[in-house]
Structure formats: C-alpha cells, structure tokens
Design a protein around this ligand. Sequence first.
Ligand SMILES: Cc1cc2nc3c(=O)[nH]c(=O)nc-3n(C[C@H](O)[C@H](O)[C@H](O)COP(=O)(O)OP(=O)(O)OC[C@H]3O[C@@H](n4cnc5c(N)ncnc54)[C@H](O)[C@@H]3O)c2cc1C
Length: 515
Amino acid sequence: MIRDLERDEPVAGEHADVCIVGAGAAGIVLAAELARMGKRVLLLEGGGAAIEAASQETYASEVTGLPHRGVHTGRFRAQGGTTTKWGGQILELDASDFAVRDWVSGSGWPFAKSELSPYYERALAMEGLNGVQRSDAKVWQRLGMDEPELGVMVSYLSRWCPEPNFAVLHAETLKGESVLVWLHANVVAMEMEGEAVRGVRCRTLAGREARFTAERFVFCLGAIESSRFFLQPREGGLPWNASGLLGKHFQDHIDCNAAEVKPVKVERFHDFFDNIFLDGYKYHPKMRMPAESARVGKSLNAGATMAFASDADAAMGELKTTARKILRGNVRDVGVGDAWSTVKNLPLLARQAWRYKREHRAYNPADARIMLRVHCEQEPTSASSVSLSGECDALGMLRTRLDWRISDMEQRTILQFAQMAKSALAGLAEVKIDAELLAGDAAFRLRCDDSNHHMGGMRMGAVSSAGVVDKNLRLFGTKNCYVCSSAVFPTSGYSNPTHTILALAVRLAEQLKAG
Ligand SMILES: Cc1cc2nc3c(=O)[nH]c(=O)nc-3n(C[C@H](O)[C@H](O)[C@H](O)COP(=O)(O)OP(=O)(O)OC[C@H]3O[C@@H](n4cnc5c(N)ncnc54)[C@H](O)[C@@H]3O)c2cc1C
C-alpha cells in the first residue's frame, strides 16, 4: 500500500516488525522478501513516485579530490531509487575479492564467497532473472561456439535485468497489503534508548514531520547517503564509529579507455565480444585478469569490456526515436526527416535485425572504433572518503563532502591489464595502449571516469574496532539497526555491485525472519 507524507496522515500506534528506510534496489528487495515471510513491513522513501528536482537537490554535494560525476548524476531519490536509471547489469564478485590479499591493505571480507552463493541465486529471482542461463559455457554452446580462448586472460559474461526499474518489477508487492510504503518520508534522525533504536523521525521538504516505530530498522540509503546519514552530529555521539572508519575507504570502479583495439580477424573478434541475446536475456562478453596474475603483480582485480562506437549509433538512435513515435500512435509526429532517415538507414536496420534474429548477437559495424574499457577495483584507503560539509540541505541535514582519489596501485593495475590484454588478443586484434598510461603519467587519471558504483564508507568488520557494521550488517553500538548497501563492502572487486547488494539483502531477510 502506498501513502504519501505530503498529503496522508500516519495512523497513530502503527508499529512494524521491520522498518526499512530507502525504497531503492536493496530496500525494495528486502521488503518483498520480508513480506513473503509474513513480516509487517514499513518502507520509508524520501523521494516521490517519480524523480523530482527538489528531492534530487538534497544530494547536492561538495567535491574535493578528483572530479566525481556520479555523486550528482548517479543517485536518484525516488521510489525505485537509482534503479530508475541504472543499466541493470549484474555480476557476482570473484572468490578472490573476499580473501585477504596481503598486498592490498584493508582487504578481506568477514566471510568467504561461499557464504553468499545461495543468496546470489535467490537474488536472480528478485531481479527478474529466474530463467537466465547460469553457465557461461552453455550460453556459448547455444551459439554453437566454445567459450572464447583468451590466453592469459579469462573470458566471462555479465547478465542484464530485463526490467531494470525495481519499482516497476516489484509494483505488485509495493501496492499490495503486505508492505506499507510512505513516500516523501525523508528520515532525518533516529531515536535511541541505550543501544536500541525505538523510532525514526521523518520530514517532508515542506517541513511536515512524522515518527515511525518498529522492532528493527534497516537503512538502505545507497552507499554515499548511508555514510552521510550516520555521520550527522547527534547528542550522545556516534557509538557505531568506534573504529573511526565511518565514511572512510570510499570506492568506485575506475572506468577508463586503456587502449585502442583494431581487430585483425574481424569476424572472430565480433563473435568473441558482441553482446548476446538468448530467450529474452542479454549477456555481455568481457574479459578479466586471473586472480593469480593480480597476486604475482601485487595489483588489484580488474575486468574489461570492448566499447564499440560508430556512425551506426546515431543512425540507430534516430531509428529508435521514429519507431517509438509510431508504436505510441504519434504517427503525425513522424516528419519528413524521420522518414528519410529511416529509408536511408534501412540496410543498417536489416543487418542489425539479421544479426539479432538469426545469430542472437548485437550488430557492431566492422568499421566501429573500439576501445578497451577497463573497470578497475580501488584500494580501500582512507584518502578517499565521504565526510560532511558545513552546509545544510532543505531537510536540515549536513551535506556530503566527497573526496575521491585514484592511487598509484590502481593506475599500475590498469597498465598491467592493458599489457595482458595486448598479449591475450595477439593475432586476433592489434592493441595500442594509451600513451600516458604506458608512460605512467598521473595525467591519465584525469581522463578516468567513476562508474556510478559507489561503495565503502561503512565497512563490515569482525569487531567494532575494524568496521562500522558486523558481518550480519548490524550497526555496531546498536542491537536492532542494520545497514544494507554497498557502503558495507570492505573491498569492491571489478563487478557491478548491485547483485552483491541484493545477495546481502536476501541474506539479511533470512536472518531477520528468525526475530
Ligand atoms: C546510470 C547508472 C547505471 C548503473 N548501472 C549499473 C549496473 O549496470 N549494474 C550495477 O550493479 N549497478 C549499476 N548502477 C549502480 C546501481 O544503480 C546501484 O548500485 C544501486 O541502485 C544501489 O542500490 P541501493 O538500494 O543501495 O541504493 P539506491 O537504489 O540509490 O536506493 C536508495 C534509496 O534510499 C532513498 N533515501 C536516501 N536517503 C533517504 C532518507 N534519508 N530517507 C528516506 N529515504 C532515503 C533514496 O531516495 C533511494 O530510493 C548504475 C547507476 C547509475 C546511476
């Protein structure tokens, strides 16, 4: 059931088993799982049913260190959270991401990957990926191919959610009787009695206030907002920050063009790297460095994709716009220019349709410019951090100050990756490594992008001196408050984070079921 704090009145005495704050990927999945288990769930969302400029403004932040695009353009404060705009690409972390690596300070999760394996499987169902093929080898078999043999590198596939917006995917649960959703309910403070959280205070942007109570509380605010919320000054201090690590070890995936790639065996190259479409699911072929190479090179984990760019992209964009107008019945909006562009691009459309329908592959023209797009893990260092600025937003919350850095080890990893890719692709493609990267020039870092994959700031630790939450996501210094977001990741690997966030969410639901 969906209510709106801007117009509806909370019912006095309503008390939930679990109050979840934040209706993004994690909050919605956790709510759906707990509701299925028969819990009374309250889901408090700061934004409205759709993205609104005034809610987005609460995310305006101060950026120090390297420019970081995603702090402003990679977070969405609305029902569905950032899934309203995300790509929907999912991938498990590698087993080596969970291990202590003695050359990476701060590495090691409080459990091995095997702890998450059953929850990764459940997360697939919650992502609308029940029928997806789990085995990469079987996907290639369906195409009549063996898995690509890439020498010193390892081939792998990521998978894409068919319906990326979780507010749409889980609309039935959100509208149903088992979950009570409050929109425009920005949580601004927690009320505590000793170590127990008794309630949360919410405020709308117009200043209307309400208080909600529950047995247990889970904060699913996204990584940056999690650190920001728990850093806000409060009477009694911050009992969860005995380690001093709150807001520290912020990580993103460094996304960069490390080399230009020119296929020599064009057809084979495209068979290795063009996207795959099977039974309504999209698979994205990629390559990664084996964990053993990272150990030998004392480097981080990294993966990469081939980024194709050609004139066909613009043409396909025009075709899609025209098709959308026709499908929505706006035939009168289809102008002469649209019609001419459609006719002109018909051969391209035919090639695309053939490659998709007959070969189950995306079509990338042979003359496309190809870049080796590396996704590199970041070291969990205190240099990159989320802290607070001196300025408040319209809700009275101190704003975020983000300091994002790229370290020498990270740049060295990207170079090692590019060199290994060059060797792996020998005979298949020529690989020209970026000159600044090759020279070890720090100017290369200014051309690196963040990935909208915000992680760290509230790391999991075995004890309160080593983290901000324990291995079950319970906030240290509290007995009934949990944090579920990529803020808790001790390290970040190179995999898109949301599948792991959701595995943690279904694991947490299982633990909360007992209470
Ligand atoms: C363009 C783009 C592409 C991306 N592509 C991918 C991808 O392909 N694969 C991938 O794994 N990841 C991707 N991501 C990242 C992905 O979107 C996030 O990892 C994911 O949404 C995080 O889920 P979350 O629930 O932790 O946070 P969010 O989805 O951001 O949800 C947090 C929720 O908390 C609410 N909230 C915040 N503060 C408060 C408060 N004080 N009170 C009440 N509510 C509050 C917000 O309104 C929001 O609804 C992408 C991101 C972007 C921007």
